[in-house]
Design a protein around this ligand. Sequence first.
Ligand code: HEC
Length: 160
Amino acid sequence: MHRIIVLTIVAIVSFASCSKEKEKEVSHQEMAVHGMASDWKFTLPQGDPGEGRKTFVEVECYKCHEVEGQKFPTVTEGDKGVGPELSQMAGMHPPEFFAESIINPNAVIDPDAKKLGYVGEDGKSKIPDYNSVLTVKQVADLASYIASPKGLKPNEHTGH
Ligand code: HEC
């Protein structure tokens, strides 16, 4: 008797997952029908690294991030926050990667984040939520500033 119940459950579960699989296939087909190429990828509008640097100063990203070779307003010990130095990442990722760090910082968490003090007790990134503060243009500018080695030349864009 038990066997029959177990078998029935197994059958139902596998049927259910099977039909889920089918749903997925249909939606992929639908995407193709609607003209979405399989290699589609999200792209940001072109950003301006100089404007990005200005925003970096305005919204005080420098309180947690150093950028090698760049001078920012002095941060007092009490105001200083924890965050990775950003110039080593320049050129290693497309601007979209950096934009994600800003608008969805919990999407990718460094495996050493806890050890490095990058996450709080709740395991969430300490990078503040900027989504109601920054415009899309500011995000694109910030991302291009961080992604572009040119934008990182020492004090090239001082914002004056
Ligand atoms: C209160 C401190 C703090 C402030 C302010 C802050 N960040 Fe961060 N940021 C962090 C921490 C901690 C991490 C690492 C954890 C993570 O990736 O979310 C991080 C990660 C990042 C990364 C990913 C770097 C990597 O190595 O993957 C980028 C890019 C970044 N921040 C940009 C910014 C920008 C741009 C601003 C200003 C709009 C900003 N941050 C403001 C703390 C901060």
